[in-house]
Ligand binder design. Structure first.
Ligand code: NCD
Ligand code: ZN
Ligand code: ZN
Ligand code: ZN
Length: 437
């Protein structure tokens, strides 16, 4: 007899849907089968069950900006929406560029997070020695132009030397790929022209800025022989270059919900609220991202959950901070597409769980499979609900998707067998740092 059995689910396994039960012992999936018996039973009532989502791109803002988000609120927001593991970005204050600072962040997360967690370490122009010794990280993040937090590597020689260190140590490099000089040039030009309309922000970072940076990193990585992953791919040009290089390089790519579901038109309507780096693009770019998902060029969907307070977003397009929150809306947005027939549940599970675990070598997560952590989300594909700012767990208190009516919502989330989200209620547990294989 198992400790816990979740019965009558439609289980989204890596390559099929299986109608049956999951038994859980000591937080681990002990069996996937039919008619399993347990001391405790949860009835999934014929709903689909996904492996818990692994969001490889969040900014939970601690240390340094806990007025926007902290590990408590950020992890609640994640848990309420089927995300059971997050990988946090290093552009905190101070940035996570030394082993010491990383250890501090580990302590904060361990004491406050309800979801499981891991970290991307930050590359700077000065921290090569740290890159040689840092352990237990998902990757090293390179900001090629400054974004929020003023962390970047602005010198190609240093960048190349750092990539070689990663290659030696077999750590993936991940990239915020935008050409810094180009961004500065175009931005200054538009400011000088007196542009203040929200769309000016997209025009200030045209596609070439991202495409050039991706192209350069691909070349440098080919020479340095490191593994590489592109964050928030947003243009058709990037999709193109990535597709052409995927078979010859250990190269993976991520897109974010805001680039999949919003475009320049929304920037016109919502203004600074949807200012983000890289910016919202054209309808054509949006279509190229969806096509990249369908043909396998894109491996991961992650949120780039980048909360900022509403009052700071109320500034003009040049002064407002860049970034939008996303952990609470990713899964319902994608389930809504499943309902429309644009995505299958198996694809969704690959993009948000299996591939993230594989790419960052997160142990025992990413699949509904015997021996794996019992990180599970029960979803109700028929549930219709509006995204509402006043119902969110994120500390920033708003979503760019406020008012969107979506069909398909998570109803229960389990982390290592613990029921942490139950139809609107959060049960706080202690999240644990992931290990890497
Ligand atoms: C991010 C943030 O606010 O930390 N902002 C953003 O526009 N995406 C930084 C980043 O990921 O570039
Ligand atoms: Zn970024
Ligand atoms: Zn980001
Ligand atoms: Zn509202």
């Amino acid at each position: 007899m198992s400790e816990l059995v979740i019965k009558n689910g439609k289980l989204v396994l890596p390559d099929k849907i299986f109608e049956g039960d999951i038994s859980i012992d000591a937080g681990i999936i002990s069996k996937v089968g039919k008619d399993l018996k347990g001391d405790k039973v949860v009835n999934a009532e014929g709903n689909y069950i996904l492996p818990g989502l692994i969001d490889v791109h969040v900014h939970f803002r601690e240390p340094g900006a806990s007025s926007k988000e902290d590990w408590n609120t950020g992890s609640f927001a994640a848990a309420s929406s089927g995300i059971t593991t997050v990988l946090d970005m290093p552009n905190t204050q101070p940035p996570t560029t030394t082993v010491k600072l990383l250890d501090k962040k580990r302590e904060i997360a361990a004491s406050k997070s309800t979801v499981d967690f891991g970290f991307h370490f930050g590359a700077s122009t000065e921290n090569m020695d740290e890159l040689r010794k840092v352990e237990k990280i998902a990757s090293v993040k390179f900001y090629m132009s400054s974004t929020i937090g003023n962390l970047f590597v602005g010198n190609d020689a240093v960048l190349f030397e750092e990539l070689k260190i990663l290659a030696e140590r077999d750590i993936p490099g991940i990239f915020h790929a935008e050409n810094r000089e180009m961004v500065q040039h175009y931005m200054q030009r538009l400011i000088n022209e007196g542009r203040t309309d929200p769309e000016a922000y997209s025009d200030a970072r045209p596609n070439i800025c991202a495409a050039e940076a991706v192209n350069r990193i691909i070349f440098l990585s080919k020479m340095a022989k490191n593994r590489l992953h592109f964050c928030h791919v947003s243009t058709k040009e990037e999709v193109d270059i990535i597709a052409r290089n995927k078979s010859i390089l250990p190269l993976t790519a991520e897109v974010c919900p805001h680039h999949l579901f919003l475009n320049k038109e929304d920037l016109r309507k919502l203004g600074s609220l949807v200012k983000t780096n890289p910016p919202l693009r054209s309808k054509e770019d949006q279509n190229a991202l969806w096509k990249g998902i369908q043909d396998g060029t894109i491996d991961v969907i992650a949120t780039d959950h980048a909360p900022h307070l509403m009052e700071s977003k109320e500034k003009d397009i040049w002064s407002a901070p860049a970034g939008v929150p996303g952990v609470e809306t990713m899964l319902p947005l994608l389930l809504n597409e499943v309902n429309k027939g644009n995505l299958t549940l198996n694809q969704l599970a690959k993009l948000t769980s299996e591939n993230p675990a594989r790419i960052f070598r997160i142990k025992d997560k990413g699949k509904i499979k015997e021996g794996y952590d019992a990180d599970l989300v029960i979803i109700d594909l028929k549930k219709e609900k509006k995204v509402r700012n006043d119902k969110l767990f994120t500390k920033c208190g708003w979503s760019p998707f406020d008012g969107w009516k979506l069909k398909g919502w998570p109803v229960m989330t389990f982390i290592r067998g613990n029921l942490i989200f139950d139809n609107g209620d959060i049960n706080k547990i202690k999240g644990r740092e992931v290990s890497y294989g």
